[in-house]
Design a protein around this ligand. Structure first.
Ligand code: 13P
Length: 335
């Protein structure tokens, strides 16, 4: 394990003004996204769409890295250039989602455990060969009257740490993603309480499993009320609760925190990140507070593209504009 290299890679991913594009939708998820624009999810369409995003002129001003799906890290375009080299030629790092999805957790009603540890050591070696410098694993935590259980939190935190340890062994920076879902009608206080418990458990496991935190990134949810709650959107409150929760739970040796967008509207994902960074600047948080958005960066270009080659410039402009705004928010200077 090359610790200097791991921490340099992690720091570069959260370099000033920059953040991450999550383009690692699994086959099922990308099909849902394509269904929404009436485009068939074929291998060629998925490649065309992602190549269009990666080739957006000027995008490396705002994007430091892209998380890919297994299919994408192996894809080449018509001229034989791999999608990984398209990114690397612009100075953008390639990452890879390495979990195999959230599956029902035995002994619970509705909770999940994220799988993919079997054979992971060998897969990581291959991904490194294919050009990846970082990895991602997403654990999913649901809030309801009875959930999450202590059992679901502990098993998921344990798996996240196993993934992080194997990634660092393979000289890949792990992005540790414990996502507390925004589904439900819970209050912002409930989201705070659950996220606080989950983050403490995750860092307890990372510590026990001897992870070098300066060669990792955290990808958490923001602290927001459930999407079916009646609480009005209050970005200052979201920012205050989010920064307080992270200050309580995330060690200073972590170089960066890259939020997921989690199904928030583009506007909410941008304004919340802006206010989070306004507070971060005031109190001098020890870590960078950036983004690793999927939907928050892709909804606009996906719709503009709609599967038609003629719309490529329109879609690239939409992606550039979302990346530019999110970069400004990541800097606390979004207008
Ligand atoms: P969203 O920003 O759409 O939540 O996706 C981020 C991600 O990578 C989820 O695993």
């Amino acid at each position: 394990m090359d610790l200097t290299n791991l921490s340099q890679t992690a720091a570069a991913l959260v370099a000033p003004k920059k953040g991450i594009l999550a383009a690692d939708e699994s086959s099922n998820t990308i099909k849902k996204r394509f269904d929404s624009i009436n485009v068939e999810s074929t291998e060629v369409n998925r490649k065309s769409y992602r190549e269009m995003l990666f080739k957006t002129p000027g995008i490396s001003d705002f994007i430091s890295g892209v998380i890919l799906f297994d299919e994408t890290i192996r894809q080449k375009n018509e001229t034989g250039e791999s999608l990984v080299s398209i990114l690397k030629n612009q100075g953008i790092q390639a990452g890879i989602k390495v979990d195999t999805g959230a599956k029902p957790l035995s002994g619970t009603k509705n909770e999940t455990i994220t799988e993919g540890l079997d054979g992971l050591r060998e897969r990581l070696l291959e991904y490194h060969e294919l050009g990846a410098s970082f990895t991602k694993w997403r654990a999913v935590i649901n809030i309801s009257n009875e959930e999450p259980s202590d059992y679901a939190i502990k098993t998921n935190a344990h798996a996240l740490a196993r993934f992080a340890s194997l990634s660092q062994e393979a000289n890949l920076v792990p992005i540790v993603e414990p996502e507390v879902l925004m589904d439900g009608s819970h209050s912002i206080e409930k989201c705070y309480e659950v996220s606080h418990t989950v983050l403490n458990e995750v860092y307890y496991e990372l510590h026990k499993q001897k992870i070098n935190l300066n060669g990792t990134l955290l990808k958490p949810n923001m602290i927001i009320p459930g999407k079916d709650s009646n609480e009005p959107h209050n970005p200052e409150k979201v920012a205050e609760y989010t920064v307080k929760c992270l200050m309580d739970c995330v060690p200073a040796s972590v170089p960066g925190i890259v939020f997921l967008s989690g199904g928030q509207t583009d506007n909410d994902a941008t304004i919340n990140l802006h206010h989070i960074n306004v507070i971060a600047k005031k109190i001098h948080t020890p870590w960078e507070l950036s983004f690793s958005y999927g939907r928050g960066l892709q909804s606009a270009p996906l719709e503009a593209w709609s599967g038609n080659e003629k719309n490529i410039t329109l879609a690239q402009n939409a992606f550039h504009s979302r990346a530019k705004d999110t970069s400004a928010a990541r800097n606390g200077s979004y207008k």
